[in-house]
Design a protein around this ligand. Structure first.
Ligand code: UD1
Length: 427
């Protein structure tokens, strides 16, 4: 298994190009199941999770052509997906267990074929993560769903019908699943307490391009008018706000100065405010945004994760890594996922001072971190260890890098181009 070695102490300087959003790309790719027409997606990142989604869709019968992205394949891939016929309505355990976002096929397959069998994703490193909201929402649209042998078996022999459904809890994935199901349902669907993440707005924009009237994206009420058939469409994936925030924190950690090309401040406003309070400068530029920290130490700030527009849970681990070197203390509260503090023992092995009290972690800044052998436990936890390593004395070896590869395109190339001492150790 690959490892990444980082020697800390270098400032990051220069520019980093932000990739297309992984979390936007996955549901957009799934939307291809709704129609026998082509869906072309530009700016899809080249990541392990995208490859897993391609495999899942191919076994459902989708043909997937990957073409080099714009600018001579320098970054991003253009995918053309076409689900001429659905070859299988089953999403097997072997693929779903690798990537939870596989459950997004449930709504579209059911809406198109009247039948879907999707493995339950099971537990995962960041808590129980149930799928009850996906099931309840589809039931409200007329589906019958049973659990059999570890699979959700969903039927809607007469097709789905539009419904009004209020989510008891905000869920990005369940909102996306129901939006796609509603596209082929009879009549109008109104989703209340829907997620407002930018990835939802991106999916809405793509569905509109495919001929589905969707209103209210970015608000807590989405209205989707079902259609009998969708059209061929082309869509460009939004930039990855989590990658943007992650590199902003890496730059802050090294007191560096970087332009994040394609990064958008408006997609990470809450993180931007938090970083500014901590003493980091962020400003929009013509090509993206500039992040730098030159004047003085980082200040400890309190953070609470919340659904969008709140501080994203997917940036919590990275923010914690940054706060390990701040002056003063920082209280980091995780309200979206239970058990999302697996990075804490690893950060502690590098000399961080963090105490967990239920859903909050108290981080007391330390004057220095030391390199160590550390283990990645999930995607965002692993990148938080890389951020800590950039400012640590000596070498850090990060094990289980496959977690990183799920969500960060060419991390070591992007960082080394800006002066980081980082290399991938193969095997
Ligand atoms: C998506 C993102 C993930 C991010 C998360 C929250 C993708 C591919 N993944 O995950 O990176 O961390 O949003 O911003 O886009 N819940 C239930 N029942 C359900 C569904 C969810 O109780 O049926 C709970 C979850 O356990 C969690 C909360 O709702 O506590 C939010 O989860 P959700 O927004 O659904 O996350 P994902 O869509 O899985």
């Amino acid at each position: 298994m690959d490892r990444i070695r980082i020697r800390g102490g270098r400032q990051l300087k220069g520019e980093i190009r932000i990739s297309g959003s992984k979390n936007a790309s996955l549901p957009l790719m799934v939307a291809s199941l709704l129609t026998d027409r082509k869906l072309t997606l530009h700016n899809v990142p080249r990541l392990a999770d995208i490859t897993t989604m391609i495999q899942l869709l191919q076994q459902h019968g989708v043909t997937v052509d990957a073409a080099p992205g714009e600018n001579g394949h320098a970054h991003g891939t253009t995918l053309t997906l076409q689900a001429g016929k659905i070859a299988s309505t089953t999403a097997p355990y072997d693929i779903v267990r690798k990537m939870r976002a596989s459950v997004l096929v449930l709504g579209p397959l059911l809406a198109r074929e009247g039948l879907a069998r999707v493995s339950l994703p099971g537990g995962c490193a960041i808590g129980a993560r149930p799928v009850d909201l996906h099931i309840a929402g589809l039931k409200a649209m007329g589906a019958e769903i049973d659990i059999d042998g570890g699979y959700m078996v969903a039927r809607a022999p007469q097709g789905l019908r539009g419904a009004r459904y209020t989510f008891p809890k905000v869920s990005v994935g369940a909102t996306e699943n129901l939006m796609m199901a509603a596209a082929l349902a009879k009549g109008t669907t109104v989703l209340d307490n829907a997620a407002r993440e930018p990835e939802i707005a991106d999916l809405a924009e793509c569905l509109i391009a495919m001929g589905v009237p969707v209103a209210g994206a970015g608000t807590e009420t989405l209205t989707i008018e079902g259609v009998s058939a969708l059209k061929e469409a082309t869509h460009s994936v939004i930039s990855d706000r989590i990658e943007t925030g992650t590199y902003a924190m890496a730059v802050a950690m090294t007191a560096g100065d970087i332009e994040l090309i394609g990064g958008r401040l408006d997609l990470i406003e809450s993180a931007v405010q938090t970083l500014r309070s901590a003493g980091v400068t962020l400003e929009q530029t013509a090509r993206g945004l500039r992040v730098h920290r030159t004047n003085g130490a980082l200040q400890g700030v309190d953070v609470m994760t919340e659904p969008f527009p709140g501080f994203p849970t997917d940036l919590q681990a990275q923010m914690m890594a940054l706060m390990t070197r701040a002056e003063g203390a920082s209280m980091i509260t995780e309200t979206v996922f239970e058990s999302r503090f697996m990075h804490v023992p690893e950060l502690s092995r590098m000399g961080a001072n963090v105490t967990i009290h239920h859903e909050s972690a108290l981080v007391r800044g330390v004057p220095k971190l030391r390199g160590a052998e550390v283990m990645a436990t999930d995607l965002r936890a692993s990148v938080s260890l890389a951020i800590a390593a950039l400012a640590a004395e000596g070498d850090t070896t990060l094990h289980r890098v496959y977690h990183l590869d799920r969500g960060y395109e060419r991390l070591e190339e992007k960082l080394s181009a800006c002066g980081a001492d980082i290399e991938r150790l193969k095997g």
